[in-house]
Ligand binder design. Structure first.
Ligand code: BEZ
Length: 285
């Protein structure tokens, strides 16, 4: 039976790159987890994916998420492959390099079958089916919250997976849903079942987008889980000048501002050129 959203993800034990592992023991009671499957060891796209995942590990840890990879090869093979991944540079700067999360060994495809990860279109050299690039996002109650399936030929975007975790964790806490392409700090939609009075109390002021039907379903509020970094709230200049060091710098800063202002007046032609170049290259963003 395939796993559906909301199902409890079953426990399992197997060998892995870090030795024998039990899923429930590894994730504990207060962590989310993500299981990433890969077609096979020593393949190009998988190597870039595992390296990238290691690089972004602090971002997953910040969200209380433990990660596990799975590939249909032995633990011994995984350990040899990790040396290549570490050397490839995809894990980030040398000091942070080294795939440290477990890669599950699923030579017999027992887990791949249990989780419905096999891709009939991809076979290894022995004609055995390989796993596709599956993502299983599991919450701290061990419930399946989201799945994403990619074919072997398309590497995943790990920032998108972080974005999905952000959305799931935020919408668990507040009566909101996250719009298309939403990122942390951007406006969220009030869920349709939330009365205006409740939204006002829980989320503060919200706006209603006017639409031809006259229905008031598109209600937008501030991201209630987003904390503006201190430096943005106060303004960068205010933050720097507010420190003891900043106060000492003040006369120098004053002189620099004056010099820049004068420079701007005397070279207004060249500064216009710079602006045009900036707009063209950044698409005005
Ligand atoms: C890869 O990881 O590069 C890959 C694996 C299987 C099929 C195609 C690509």
């Amino acid at each position: 039976m395939p796993l559906n959203l909301g199902d409890t993800v079953p426990d399992f034990s197997c060998d892995s790159s870090v030795g024998p592992i039990n899923f429930y023991e590894y994730i504990g009671d207060d962590h989310w987890s993500i299981l990433f499957s890969h077609p096979s060891d020593f393949t190009p796209v998988c190597s870039t994916e595992l390296g990238n995942l290691q690089k972004l590990l602090p971002k997953f840890e910040k969200r209380q998420v433990k990660v596990l990879a799975l590939s249909c090869d032995s633990a011994e093979s995984h350990r040899k492959w990790i040396k290549d991944i570490d050397a490839s540079g995809y894990c980030g700067p040398k000091k942070d390099a080294g795939v440290s999360y477990p890669i599950l060994a699923d030579e017999e495809r027992a887990l791949a079958v249990k989780f419905g990860m096999l891709d009939p279109a991809e076979k290894d050299e022995k004609g055995m089916p390989q796993t596709c690039r599956a993502v299983f996002i599991v919450d701290d109650h061990k419930k399946l919250r989201a799945t994403i399936l990619y074919p072997a030929t398309t590497g995943r975007n790990f920032y998108e997976i972080l974005r999905v975790v952000d959305s799931l964790q935020l919408t668990d806490e507040y009566p909101v849903a996250t719009p298309a392409n939403w990122e942390r700090g951007e406006k969220v939609a009030v869920t349709p079942s939330t009365p205006d009075e409740v939204a006002q109390v829980v989320l503060g002021d919200f706006s209603v987008v006017k639409v031809p039907s006259g229905k008031k379903y598109l209600r937008l509020a501030k991201d209630p889980g987003y904390k503006t970094p201190k430096v943005l709230k106060r303004g960068i200049a205010e933050t720097i000048l507010g420190t003891e060091y900043g106060a000492k710098l003040l006369p120098t800063v004053g002189r620099l501002v004056f010099a820049f202002a004068l420079g701007g007046i005397f070279s207004s032609g060249s500064s216009r050129k710079t602006k045009k170049y900036t707009d063209a290259t950044t698409n005005g963003k």
